[in-house]
Design a protein around this ligand. Structure first.
Ligand code: ZN
Length: 322
């Protein structure tokens, strides 16, 4: 089905940040798109119900990998969330479109939409919330940069924060939207709202978008219902608040990688435990910890991540009490 990349745009013309929320950066993850559609309806209704309702800044909702989303595939040529690099962007913006792979074309189009928006309504600050889901069940979590705003948003999302992921992968959206690549201070956070097909994943993504709008000051805390916090708190109350990445398994035999069935994100695993088969090779757990994003789908590079619980460090502690 043909779709428009822009799911919606909401602004009352009041000063404030530009909040860019991206769904379906992976084309097989519709929850973020469904959530954005719902949030735009809610915002329109809110203004009718409460005429004094104020929204500062702009919410722009986008489909990430539009072509893959239309086909219901994770990606076409290369994982879009491993393709974000400013160097590469500069290079491909000089090349004719027919020489680019499908995901490079997506990057050119997304940046085009953002530059249009910035040109027409220059914001002081851009916040990018990248919404994802996972093939495994088991938990919600946030990936942040070191930027205090990114960490603050993660704390407000009440979801476990995973540290160290950014160092272990390359080319994610939050690598790109961290700093001044857009010519304006930009910060980003990624939020995983649950399993791909779980209908509650979209509800949790709605709660995440609304919490972010509150955290960065688009809407007043008085206008946000507690239920959005409760949805997120209830789902993650048994999970460790902060974890640190201690290992990652990169798939060697594309198409022939099979996890042992039944693992959920955050399940405890022990050193030496059989976790998967990669072609003919058995894959054993390298250390005691918890498994994250065990891979139960067709396309992708990462078999699983291994994390361990970490204490609330000072940055997080400060963000939590401020
Ligand atoms: Zn994803």
């Amino acid at each position: 089905m043909k779709r428009n990349r822009i799911i919606g745009r909401y602004s009352q013309g009041l000063d404030g940040p530009l909040l860019v929320v991206i769904g379906a950066m992976h084309g097989n993850e519709p929850a973020g798109v469904l959530a954005l559609e719902k949030v735009f309806v809610m915002l329109a209704e809110e203004k009718v119900k409460k005429p004094h309702f104020e929204f500062k800044g702009t919410l722009l909702g986008l489909i990430g990998n539009l072509r893959a989303f239309e086909l219901g595939k994770r990606f076409i040529d290369k994982d879009l969330n491993r393709s974000w690099s400013y160097e590469m962007f500069k290079e491909i913006s000089q090349q004719p479109e027919d020489q680019l792979n499908a995901e490079q074309q997506q990057i050119i189009e997304i940046i085009g939409v953002l530059r249009d928006e910035i040109e027409k309504h220059p914001p002081h600050q851009i916040i990018v919330l990248d919404l994802h889901t996972t093939s495994a069940h088991g938990g919600i979590f946030s990936l942040t940069t070191d930027d205090p705003i990114s960490i603050r948003m993660a704390v407000e999302l009440h979801a476990p924060v995973i540290k160290g992921m950014l160092e272990s992968i390359q080319g994610s959206s939050i690598h790109f939207f961290d700093g001044k690549n857009m010519g304006i201070p930009t910060t980003a956070i990624a939020f995983e709202s649950g399993q791909h097909e779980d209908p509650d994943s979209a509800l949790r993504a709605v709660a995440a978008i609304i919490n972010c709008m509150r955290t960065i000051g688009c809407v007043s805390a008085n206008d946000v219902e507690n239920k959005h916090d409760d949805i997120l708190i209830n789902f993650s109350k048994t999970l460790p608040k902060v974890s640190r990445l201690i290992g990652k398994y990169s798939i060697r035999n594309q198409g022939a990688y099979k996890m042992v069935p039944g693992f959920k994100s955050f399940d405890p695993v022990s050193k030496g435990q059989l976790l998967a088969h990669d072609g003919n090779d058995a894959v054993y757990c390298p250390a005691d910890g918890r498994i994250l994003m065990p891979f139960y789908q067709q396309l992708g590079e990462d078999g699983f991540f291994l994390i361990e619980e970490a204490g609330l460090d000072n940055t997080l502690r400060l963000a939590a009490i401020n």
